[in-house]
Ligand binder design. Structure first.
Ligand code: GRF
Length: 218
């Protein structure tokens, strides 16, 4: 076990892991005082696992398809997570709905990123829906996880003007650039002990965080 004073994090992924890469890059650059001790994917052979291995981070695959139901999968996941004794669990493109039991177990140290300006557009196809609704703004939200999907208290949001972007893939690409900035930022606040959750309210430096909404020109 490392003797580093940094908080320990486990990252859960299901895919390419570009957000994971943003964490790795910031840790390696000395910008993010976090020890990512393990990356778990619920899907084998995804790009994010390769990214972790390249950064010498331990990986594990726990395939949800091999479990009878959500509860037994979540038990297996929690059991593996527990061996790491993490301070923070980061969902980074983890495409599984977690049981309320799992979410409660890790309340206050389980965070997610969602590609919309919550509470707008929970769920999937957020970019397409924002374009179709002729929204002026779109973006991403980092939030604490609660049992209701994409509904937890927001830690930080980043937004951009949709402008002429009419292609949802292009918008997704633009929003990802924001994700790669705000997600490590939220983790940094956590790692520096500046962030907490009190009665469902996000506190930054002990204060009810003033609207943490940042505008990006990407
Ligand atoms: C991101 O858009 C994230 O917001 C969503 O899933 C995507 C994951 O991308 N939850 P990546 O695997 O981090 O590249």
């Amino acid at each position: 076990m490392s003797s580093s004073p940094n908080p320990r994090a486990v990252v859960l992924i299901s895919g390419g892991g570009s957000n994971l890469q943003a964490f790795i890059d910031q840790v390696e650059a000395g910008e993010l005082p976090l020890d990512i001790t393990l990356v778990i994917s619920n899907v084998a052979d995804v790009g994010g696992l390769e990214r972790a291995q390249k950064a010498s981070i331990a990986t594990d695959v726990i395939e949800h398809t091999t479990y009878a139901d959500r509860t037994t999968f979540d038990h297996a996941l929690a059991e593996r997570i527990e061996t790491e004794k993490p301070d923070l669990i980061i969902l980074a493109g983890f495409m599984r709905i977690l049981t309320a039991e799992f979410v409660h177990k890790y309340s206050g140290r389980l965070i997610n990123i969602h590609p919309s300006l919550l509470p707008k557009y929970p769920g999937t196809r957020t970019h397409k829906r924002a374009i179709e609704a002729d929204e002026e703004w779109h973006g991403a939200s980092v939030h604490y996880v609660v049992p209701e999907v994409d509904a937890g208290p927001v830690i930080v949001q980043g937004r951009l003007r949709i402008g002429d972007t009419q292609c949802s893939q292009e918008l997704q690409h633009r929003v990802l650039k924001i994700e790669h900035q705000i997600y490590p930022l939220a983790a940094k606040w956590f790692a520096e002990n500046r962030l907490s959750l009190s009665n469902g309210q996000v506190l930054l430096d002990g204060e009810e965080s003033p609207e943490q909404l940042q505008t990006y020109n990407v």
